[in-house]
Design a protein around this ligand. Structure first.
Ligand code: PEP
Length: 250
């Protein structure tokens, strides 16, 4: 993994109260983890808790929004713009999570446009891709992941502020984690796709995270795979074991 700093993202999804958020922050702040030279840690609370988390969280951990609007803000009721995130000094945003693709109808093209707009405003992006169980069983995993990645590649030229999260939909929130070999296979193929379709440099330097039922117990073996550069964690990012996942970096 030479040159690609390990990255651990925590996606809190639509969970938490002020009290719960304060509790998890105090656990994270007390956790002993490898230095930020070794691992980059980014927590993604719901929008309404972003200022609280940003102000209370230890300075070596950073924050991400879970979404942003596809273009400049304006008459888009209920949306949060990239400009607002920049204004609040939120460095990261997750784009194209499978829950938004599935439940809110975000298409590959829409996700690609969002990534491009967020990057243009100076945000760093965790871009999510991944196949459903049906697609995996039909043998089209790489075709699906390539199409999702191509829709992003078509709209951007600079990948230095992009991290890709490979999250097989069948593994998200199911307790059914991909085996280290299954994750490695897709990560390597995705890196190969980047090499052939973007550039060898981008393929070499872009971090590809695995997401889907990662926990304290399975993170070490997944992290040992040469093309797994970190994790995007849902459920376990709300628990003390998130510290163990961060420790899988070393
Ligand atoms: C996610 O939603 O990004 C995720 C990986 O969830 P979980 O870890 O709960 O499977």
């Amino acid at each position: 993994r030479m040159g690609r700093k390990f990255f651990v993202g925590g996606n809190w999804k639509c969970n938490g109260t002020i009290e719960e958020v304060k509790k998890i922050i105090s656990i994270l702040n007390a956790g002993e983890v490898p230095s930020s030279d070794v691992v980059e840690v980014v927590l993604s609370p719901p929008f309404v808790f972003l200022p609280l988390v940003k102000s209370e969280l230890r300075p070596d951990f950073h924050v991400a929004a879970q979404n942003c609007w596809v273009k400049k803000g304006g008459a888009y009721t209920g949306e949060i713009s990239a400009e607002m995130l920049v204004n609040l000094d939120i460095p990261w945003v997750i784009i194209g999570h499978s829950e938004r693709r599935a439940l809110l109808g975000e298409t590959n093209e829409f996700v690609g446009e969002k990534v491009a707009y967020a990057l243009s405003k100076g945000l760093k992006v965790i871009a999510c891709v991944g196949e459903t169980l049906e697609q995996r069983e039909a043998g089209s995993t790489m075709e699906v992941v390539a199409a999702q990645t191509k829709a992003i590649a078509d709209k951007i030229s600079d990948w230095s502020n992009v991290v890709i999260a490979y999250e097989p939909v069948w593994a998200i929130g199911t307790g059914k984690v991909a085996t280290p070999a299954q994750a490695q296979e897709v990560h390597a193929a995705l890196r190969g796709w980047l090499s052939s379709n973007v550039s060898a440099e981008v393929a070499e330097s872009t971090r590809i995270l695995y997401g889907g039922s990662v926990n304290g117990a399975n993170s070490k073996e997944l992290a040992a795979q040469p093309d797994v550069d970190g994790f995007l964690v849902g459920g376990a990012s709300l628990k003390p074991e998130f510290i163990d996942i961060i420790k899988a970096a070393t």
